[in-house]
Design a binder for this molecule. Structure first.
Ligand code: G1P
Ligand code: ZN
Length: 547
């Protein structure tokens, strides 16, 4: 085999963020940039000879080129076999599913998730370990450290491997197996959910609209929703994956999934809106759930799934516990309390859920950022959440909105919203955080209108399984009644800084639960501005995105 050792110099900026290394495509196209990072991964993973790796991505621009480079490097680094999704495609949850099912050493996933794609867009790469989940911080830190010192990488000289048809190919001593990216995942979904009940509901005239946003879930949704469950053709929109996501921003929220929102709020056509709407992001791990004229916040979605979990065959025995990221609302905590199971509060990012799931402490996990999932894989899972909702709807036979109203009447409503200020200059964003951090010290006991501050801190977390400590995970101001304001800087952006302001107010009174969230939260929004001087410091009158 023709292995080359190529001399290189380190790049200083290959520090993985909330979810892997994300940069502009042009950065990844810098000579040796991708190769350096991949070599750092191989050096840290120290794969035993003959190991099997999974490789695939969300199909965005540069996916196919990167796949070929990584295959050649895997062969040069002693990997025995690589399972590649056909066409280089694997959604993030499907990659996790395949790693687990075939007990692979781990996997490399190419994605920048919900960030825009195309030549001027973003690209990303991350390593997942043998449990199917994102590498924990001690591995990503080691990869970063290695990336700063390596002097060469290994690669074989060989022609491109044909990846557009299932089959097996040799690349030096390594085997490349091109697999159907959908089959294993679809089979897992059939094992978890009551497909017969959903099929019957759909046959009875229940209408759904799933927006794949021209990203990776198109083929998965066509196969599962239309072919296996019998939703009429056309139920899946924007179902053809495109390298630039059709110029869109593949983030399933009220702003970027505008076409779906218009359909579900009945402003798109004269026909009544479908009963259920959903969307997923670039790599298929996020989800947005809508009813007719109704938006389900991701925090509420987690709580509703938890409260109704036993309606799905895969969860009929009940759940072991729930975990949610710190900025996610406490709606799930209330359900956990009622079920008598633990609820864990972790830092932002799916990697913090892995240990809890591996240890059997939790079954369901969720983040306010449109991420929900369970221990069936070790990633959040967009279509899984959609199928869970369809399963619940097929069994409860009432509109989405009514399910929520009944849920709030039983548990109270954690009114919730997130305000994102995108593309801020770094120093301005840091200045706002510094301002809040400085005020933190003397806020305890202070009154702001009806709200009294209970405490204010910078969230830190000690992993209950391995004892690792993560600090600086977001500034939170918690009030006496459990209402909260959280400030956090995004760790996934590639341009400037994104400041996230998370707002939560508890409303026990059913008569006031249906008030618009922004109205209910108006007082907290004003307090957040007073403490942070956000508007004045940023010069922004309003957030870029409100969810
Ligand atoms: C964002 C979300 C976070 C999620 C991550 C990856 O990270 O807030 O919950 O895990 O994307 O999808 P952030 O940009 O806030 O660091
Ligand atoms: Zn994603």
């Amino acid at each position: 085999m023709n292995i080359h050792t190529v001399a290189t110099t380190p790049f200083a900026d290959q520090k993985p963020g909330t979810s892997g290394l994300r940069k502009k495509v042009a950065v990844f196209q810098t000579p040796h940039y991708l190769e350096n990072f991949v070599q750092a991964v191989f050096d840290c993973v120290a794969a035993p000879p003959g190991s099997t790796l999974v490789l695939g991505g969300d199909g965005r621009y540069y996916n196919r080129e990167a796949i070929q480079v990584i295959l050649r490097m895997a062969a040069a680094n002693g990997i025995g076999r690589v399972l590649v999704g056909q066409g280089g495609i694997l959604s993030t949850p499907a990659a996790s599913c395949v790693i687990r099912k075939y007990q692979c050493l781990g996997g490399i996933i190419l994605s920048a998730s919900h960030n825009p794609g195309g030549p001027a867009g973003d690209f990303g790469i991350k390593y997942n370990t043998g449990n199917g989940g994102p590498a924990p911080e001690k591995i990503t830190d080691a990869i970063y450290a290695r990336s700063r010192e390596l002097g060469s990488y290994r690669i074989v000289a060989a022609p491109d491997v044909p990846i557009d048809r299932p089959g097996t190919h040799a690349l030096g001593a390594m085997q490349v197996e091109v697999i159907d990216p959908v089959a294993d995942y679809a089979e897992l979904m059939e094992a978890l959910f009551d497909f017969a009940a959903i099929r019957e509901m759909l046959a009875g005239g229940f209408r759904l609209c799933f927006d794949a946003m021209h990203a990776v879930t198109g083929p998965y949704a066509h196969e599962i929703l239309e072919r296996r469950l019998g939703a009429p053709a056309g139920s899946v929109i924007n179902g053809v994956p495109l390298a630039d996501f059709g110029g869109g921003h593949p983030d399933p929220n009220l702003t970027y999934a505008g076409q779906l929102v218009a359909i579900m709020y009945g402003t798109a056509t004269a026909t009544p809106a479908p009963d259920f709407g959903a969307a997923s992001d670039g790599d298929g791990d996020r989800n947005m759930i809508l009813g007719r004229n109704f938006f389900v916040t991701p925090s509420d979605s987690l709580a509703v799934i938890a409260a109704n979990a036993t309606l799905a065959p895969g969860y009929a025995q009940g759940i072991a516990g729930i975990a949610r990221s710190m900025p996610t609302s406490a709606a799930a905590d209330r359900v956990a309390e009622k079920l008598g199971v633990p609820c864990y509060e972790t830092p932002t990012g799916w990697k913090f859920f892995g240990n809890l799931m591996d240890a059997g402490k939790v079954t369901l996990c969720g983040e306010e950022s449109f991420g929900t999932g369970s221990s069936h894989v070790r990633e959040k899972d967009g279509l899984w959440a959609v199928l869970f909702w369809l399963n619940i709807l097929a069994r409860r036979r009432m509109p989405v909105e009514e399910i929520l109203h009944r849920h709030w009447a039983e548990y109270g409503r954690n009114v919730y919203s997130r305000h994102d200020y995108e593309g801020l200059p770094l120093d301005i964003a840091n200045g706002i955080m510094a301002q809040v951090r400085e005020r933190c010290g003397d806020l305890s006991g202070r009154r702001f209108g009806d709200y009294t501050v209970k405490f204010c801190d910078d969230f830190s977390y000690t992993d209950p399984i391995d004892g690792s400590l993560s600090t600086g995970q977001g500034l939170r101001i918690v009030f006496d009644d459990g209402s909260r304001i959280v400030f956090r800087l995004s760790g996934t952006g590639t341009e400037g800084a994104t400041l996230r302001l998370y707002l939560e107010a508890y409303e026990a009174d059913p008569a006031r639960q249906q008030v618009d969230a922004q109205l209910s939260l108006a007082a907290l929004i004003a307090i957040a501005d007073e403490i942070s001087q956000l508007r004045q410091r940023s010069g922004r009158e309003r957030p870029t995105v409100i969810t």
